[in-house]
Write a protein that binds this ligand. Structure first.
Ligand code: CMC
Length: 435
C-alpha cells in the first residue's frame, strides 16, 4: 500500500518466485516494455521472460497519434475529432488529409490535395489487361488485392520510402486509383466496358460513375447517395491497430513499397472476420429469410453453430458509434432507393440479440458492418463488392499508419517471438527406418 504523502512511483515491481529476486520496471502510458522483462532470468544463460499474447489481446505494437477508440464508452475519434462531427461536417478527402497530415486542410490545401488525387485516378491501360486475365466470376476483392500489388510494378520508384515527394505521389496514386481498380473489378465481373474516371465529379460521385454509368454521356450521381457513400468512406477510414492495419504496418516494416504493403492490408481485410463481415451479414440475412426464423437462428448461434455476423468487436464493448451513424444514414438512403426488406430482419435480430443474456454477458453489440451492407445493397452494389467498398475508405488510414510507422524511430522490422514446444533435437531416420 502507498503510504499517505509518499510520492507515487511510475514503476512496477515484479518478484520472481523462482529466485526470490525483485525487479523494478518503468510504467509509461500505462504500459511496461516487454523487453524490460528479459532481465528476469532463473539462470544467467536463460533467454529471459517473454510475454505470450496470441492475437495481441493486450500488447501495444506502436505509439500512435492518429485514431482514438474508447471501446467501453463507444468513442471513435480521428486526430481528436469525434467521428460524428467528421461524418457531418467533412468530406472523405478532407478526412483522408486529416489522417495523413494530422490537421484538417485549409481551403488552399484541400484544393491542392483534391486536384492531385483527382489527377491520379486514371490507371495504366495495362491494368485493364490484368483485369481481363481474371475469370468472369473472380471475387472483386481478390482482383483488388492483386491490382493494388501490381501497381508497385508500374511505380517502382515508390520503393524510395524515405523520399517525401515520392511518398506523397504514392498517397495520391493509392487514394486516387483504388476506386478505379475497384470499379474495374466490378465492370469486369459484369462483362461491362470499363468507364474512365470523370474528374468533374466528387470522389464518391466519380466512383459511382465508374461503377454504374452505361450509355449516358454524363453520369449524375444522386446527391443523397453520393453523400451517403462519402460518409461510409469516412466511417471506414481508420480504426487504429485492426487486422489489416497491423498487416500494413507489419509488412511495411520490411521497407517494401507502400503498394505491396497495401496489397497485404487488403488481403487481411478480405477475411470474413474483418472487412468481409458486411458481405457475411447480407448472406446471413438471406439465410434467415423471415422474421419468424430469427429465434431458431439465435438459438443455433448460442449453441455454437456459427456467429451472428456484424455483432461483436475486439475493442468495442458497447454500441459501435459508426453503427449508430449508419443506422441514421440508412433512413436517408432508403427514402431514395426504397426500403431494403432485409432491414426489418436486421432490426428484429438486433432487438432480440440485445435482450438476450448470451449477447449481454459477452457485450456483443452491432458493429459497423451490421447495417452498412443494407445500404450498399439498396444502392445496387452487389454483395461481393462490400469488402471492396471498405477497402476504398480504409486506404487513407492504412497510408497514415504506414507513414507514422516509417517515421517512428522506435520501429524495426516486425518479428514476433514464439514459444517453441516441438521436438528436441533428433536424428533424421533413413527411408527404410521410416517404414
Ligand atoms: N456471435 C456470437 N458469438 C460471438 C460473436 C458473434 N458475432 N462474437 C463473439 N462471440 C462470442 C464468442 O463465441 C466468445 O464466446 P465464449 O466466451 O463463450 O467462447 C465471446 O463472444 C468472445 O469472442 P471472441 O471471438 O473471443 O472475441 P474477439 O474479440 O476475438 O472477436 C470479432 C471479435 C469481431 C472477430 C467477433 O466478435 C466476431 O467474429 N464477430 C462477427 C464478425 C464481424 O462482425 N466482424 C466485423 C468486425 S467490425 C469491422 C472490422 O473491424 O473489420
Amino acid at each position: 500500500m502507498q503510504s499517505q504523502g509518499e510520492a507515487k512511483k511510475p514503476t512496477l515491481t515484479i518478484t520472481d518466485n523462482r529466485t526470490g529476486k525483485s525487479y523494478e520496471v518503468p510504467i509509461e502510458n500505462e504500459t511496461i516494455k516487454a523487453t524490460d522483462l528479459r532481465q528476469i532470468k532463473e539462470h544467467a544463460e536463460d533467454f529471459g521472460i517473454m510475454t505470450y499474447d496470441p492475437a495481441f489481446m493486450n500488447t501495444a505494437s506502436c505509439k500512435s497519434t492518429i485514431t482514438y477508440i474508447d471501446g467501453d464508452k463507444g468513442i471513435l475519434r480521428y486526430r481528436g475529432y469525434p467521428i460524428e462531427q467528421l461524418a457531418e461536417r467533412c468530406s472523405y478527402l478532407e478526412v483522408a488529409y486529416l489522417l495523413i497530415h494530422g490537421e484538417l486542410p485549409t481551403k488552399a490545401q484541400l484544393a491542392d490535395w483534391s486536384t492531385n488525387i483527382t489527377a491520379h485516378t486514371f490507371v495504366h491501360e495495362n491494368i485493364k489487361k490484368l483485369m481481363d486475365g481474371f475469370h468472369h466470376d473472380a471475387h472483386p476483392m481478390g482482383m483488388l488485392v492483386s491490382t493494388i500489388g501490381a501497381l508497385s510494378t508500374f511505380y517502382p520508384s515508390a520503393k524510395h520510402i524515405a523520399d517525401k515527394a515520392e511518398r506523397q505521389r504514392t498517397f495520391y496514386r493509392l487514394i486516387g486509383k483504388t476506386p478505379t481498380a475497384a470499379a474495374y473489378a466490378y465492370r469486369h465481373s459484369m462483362g461491362f466496358p470499363y468507364v474512365h474516371p470523370d474528374n468533374d465529379l466528387s470522389y464518391a460521385g466519380n466512383f459511382l460513375s465508374m461503377m454504374f454509368r452505361m450509355a449516358e454521356p454524363k453520369y449524375h450521381p444522386h446527391p443523397v447517395l453520393e453523400k451517403a457513400l462519402d460518409v461510409l468512406f469516412i466511417l471506414h477510414a481508420d480504426h487504429e491497430q485492426n487486422c489489416s492495419t497491423s498487416a500494413m504496418r507489419s509488412v511495411g516494416s520490411s521497407q517494401v513499397d507502400p503498394y505491396s504493403a497495401a496489397a497485404a492490408a487488403s488481403a487481411a481485410l478480405y477475411g470474413p472476420l474483418h472487412g468481409g463481415a458486411n458481405e457475411a451479414v447480407l448472406r446471413m440475412l438471406d439465410e434467415i429469410g423471415t422474421k419468424d426464423a430469427i429465434p431458431a437462428f439465435i438459438k443455433a448461434v448460442k449453441e455454437g453453430h456459427g456467429r451472428l455476423m456484424g455483432f461483436g468487436h475486439r475493442v468495442y464493448k458497447n454500441y459501435d458509434p459508426r453503427a449508430n451513424i449508419i443506422k441514421r444514414l440508412a433512413d436517408q438512403v432508403f427514402e431514395v432507393t426504397g426500403r431494403n426488406p432485409k432491414l426489418d430482419i436486421a432490426l428484429e435480430l438486433e432487438r432480440i440479440a440485445l435482450q438476450d443474456e448470451y449477447f449481454i454477458k459477452r457485450k456483443l453489440y452491432p458493429n459497423v458492418d451490421f447495417y452498412s451492407g443494407l445500404i450498399y445493397q439498396a444502392m445496387k452494389f452487389p454483395v461481393d463488392m462490400f469488402p471492396v467498398l471498405f477497402a476504398i475508405g480504409r486506404m487513407s488510414g492504412w497510408l497514415a499508419q504506414w507513414a507514422e510507422m516509417v517515421d517512428d524511430a522506435d520501429q524495426k522490422i516486425a518479428r514476433p517471438r514464439q514459444i517453441y514446444l516441438g521436438h528436441d533435437k533428433r536424428d533424421v531416420p533413413s527411408a527404410a527406418q521410416r517404414g
